[in-house]
Design a protein around this ligand. Structure first.
Ligand SMILES: Nc1ncnc2c1ncn2[C@@H]1O[C@H](COP(=O)(O)OP(=O)(O)OP(=O)(O)O)[C@@H](O)[C@H]1O
Ligand SMILES: [Mg+2]
Length: 227
């Protein structure tokens, strides 16, 4: 089943008098349970693409559907609901909330979903343990290494069992060991839960593991028919 469908997607950023065409009519599909990566030179449109698929930004033209939902049909409140229900994000810069502990950062997602306290704590405890973070659960983000913070960010993306995890260069700041740990966890989740992963990356370690590479160049797709 096609979980993500991107159809003739265009994105224009207006910069004063200049129009930057970040995406120029991109079409591709991602099947449920795929572990795939957007690759291409800096500026080719990878982050723009992930942001639109995850409803953090909107298309100028064309459309995206995720799990049968056409994002063009959604209004503000429905868009945040869509993000909460369907998507887990991992950003290169971690984006943890500095005033919350590790546990609270992960728990926060479940609070938004109205999961009762007891179940929240159990699920958080389980995932933190699985990711080797249990001893760090009372620390604040700034008291962690980059690799540890990125692991917390991944725990936060996975805790709500999203259909899709969008990860923008998740290993860019990690050494090989930490990158491997993270990729192992994500691949395991992909296998066991059929979670669909779409990365953007410049990292050979990610490319090697990806089931498919979707190549972007200057806002166009390079190999539209290759799967
Ligand atoms: N908010 C914005 N305003 C104006 N132009 C933007 C904006 N965001 C991105 N762009 C432009 O859109 C194009 C695509 O940018 P994008 O960030 O998607 O590239 P990328 O493939 O993620 O690059 P990198 O590998 O460096 O992260 C670039 O030319 C960029 O300068
Ligand atoms: Mg980018």
């Amino acid at each position: 089943m096609e979980l993500i469908e991107v159809n003739n997607l265009k994105k224009v950023f207006k910069q004063g008098d200049i129009n930057v065409e970040a995406l120029r009519g991109v079409t591709f599909q991602v099947m449920e349970g795929e572990f795939s990566a957007l690759v291409g030179p800096s500026g080719s449109g990878k982050t723009t693409m992930l942001n639109i698929i995850g409803a953090l930004d909107y298309a100028s033209d064309g459309n995206v559907s995720v799990d049968g939902i056409n994002l063009n049909d959604l209004k503000n409140k429905q868009l945040s609901e869509f993000r909460l229900q369907k998507i887990g994000f991992v950003f290169q810069a971690y984006n943890l909330i500095p005033v919350l502990t590790v546990l609270e950062n992960v728990e926060y997602v479940l609070t938004l979903k109205n999961v009762p306290k007891k179940e929240r704590l159990k699920r958080c405890h389980d995932i933190l343990k699985e990711m080797g973070l249990e001893e760090l659960s009372e620390r604040f983000p700034k008291q962690l290494s980059g690799g540890q913070q990125q692991r917390v960010a991944v725990a936060r993306a996975l805790i709500s069992d999203p259909k899709v995890v969008l990860a923008d260069e998740p290993t860019a700041n990690l050494d090989s060991k930490n990158a491997d740990v993270l990729l192992d966890i994500m691949q395991e989740m992909c296998k066991s839960k059929k979670t669909t992963f779409l990365f953007s990356t410049h990292d050979e370690r990610v490319m090697k593991r990806a089931g498919r590479l979707i190549k972007l160049r200057d806002g166009n797709i390079e190999n539209p028919n290759v799967r």
